[in-house]
Ligand binder design. Sequence first.
Ligand code: NDP
Length: 509
Amino acid sequence: MVRRHSATRNRLALPAKYDQFMADAPTGNPPVTTWEYSPAPETTPVVIPDQTQLYVGGKFIEPHSKKRFATVNPATEAILSNIADGDAADVDAAVSAARRALKPWGKLPASERAKYLYRIARRIQERARELAILESMDGGKPIKESRDVDIPLAAQHFFHHAGWCDKLRYAMPGTREPRPVGVCGQIIPWNFPLLMAAWKLAPALACGNTVVLKPAETTSLTAMRLAEILQECDLPPGVVNIVTGAGATGKALVDHAGIDKIAFTGSTEVGKQIAQACAKRGTRLTLELGGKSANIIFADAAIDQAIEGIVQGIWFNQGHVCCAGSRLFVEESILPEVTRKLEMRMKTLRVGDPLDKNTDIGAINSKQQLAIIEGYIAEGSREGCTVCQPNHQTLPTKGYWCRPTFMTGVQPAHVVAREEVFGPVLAVMSFRTPEEAISRANNSPYGLAAGIWTEKGSKMFDVARRLQAGVVWCNTYNQFDATSPFGGFKESGFGREGGMQGLAAYLSE
Ligand code: NDP
């Protein structure tokens, strides 16, 4: 029997000590429970080569320019490796290799293609620990997130799409035999490096396409480990090619006449440039861009669960999440309670060494991104918002760090309410009626995701239906699964990744 608990019951279900603690807390400045944690660093050694190469035609090759750039551990500022800087000649070689591989790969029996995807998934699982450590060192994310979210989900995407290989005609009803689109150029960002590679590669390969992948400049290391895995799995040469480099390398890929489809995840600004370039040539395109997602808390919600949802929504992966719940809308009657509890919960988050298993918030991905985030916090303060940021923890002296932050007194016109910060910064606003919540949530050029917190099922479905967002989470936030399509509306892009819907982008009838 399913039993529904009211919000009050849920709140009362919490340990009595907690409620007493909250009741004792002086308004506006609750005391902090300081838990002492012994360091729990991940100590498995991971060998990182001094320099990397490109992966083209099944081989690791030197970049045409012979140039390399350093990739830095954002938690220590130490150089981890020197990454090959691919140029237009390398992109050309990679596209040619992908073109040569297209016919034989597409003609393989679907069940044979599936075996490669299964193998890749299993090898990711076998090398999961190494990949998780490398991801945290290169990108700054806490090891518990790379270990429990990024790497398992990357494997899941290959497993899931392996299952689709011989069922594609059921994915597109009415199509007799769906065919691959051709050679796909895929450009990915730095916030989920291996996971984004898996999101892009797995459906493309399942549908019989070949790929040239361009990882982000600051986080190429796990993509190159993935290249090793592809080699170990005997994936036919040229089916996947990986060309590392900066924005210019991505542009060379977009501009290459031999590309049949571009899939891009990144900023809206670059997405618009890519859309123009693709429109000129008629190249197929899917865009997964930025967001300013609304997390809406109604007064009837289970408040303590909602607090956890807010934390998960904005402070997961240092807020470097395209669908981060960065605009919090709280029903006016519970605003003081929510901000008080949020402040207390925020103070318990541990900021520091990404390789420590107790760390909640790791390092900001790059010096440039830290400057962008600090600029937004300063702008919020200048515009009159109240900045709430715990300062009881000492941050490491080296590396790029930003404490979890929320701002109150935010008006819809304020910059922090309108623009994507891509950091651990939450804009808190209030509303009085569901209508107001919906219109304020939709008052954004973006439309990637949203969250709703309420105990009332009818309200949940009504609000979810009227929100302009590609994904709406109810009484949860930031849950991802390979079976579930992900993508946006408006300036958050178009096309879906994952699920059955995600296959459409890689199939032509
Ligand atoms: P970009 O959009 O610049 O980068 C995303 C990817 O595109 C990277 O691989 C990048 O290479 C590449 N790229 C850059 N310029 C071009 C171009 N002209 N043609 C083709 N590819 C290109 O994001 P940033 O890393 O610069 O981050 C800036 C802001 O973008 C962030 O502050 C955040 O707001 C937003 N962002 C959103 C993401 C999302 O998931 N929606 C992800 C990342 C960023 P390179 O890394 O070498 O620059």
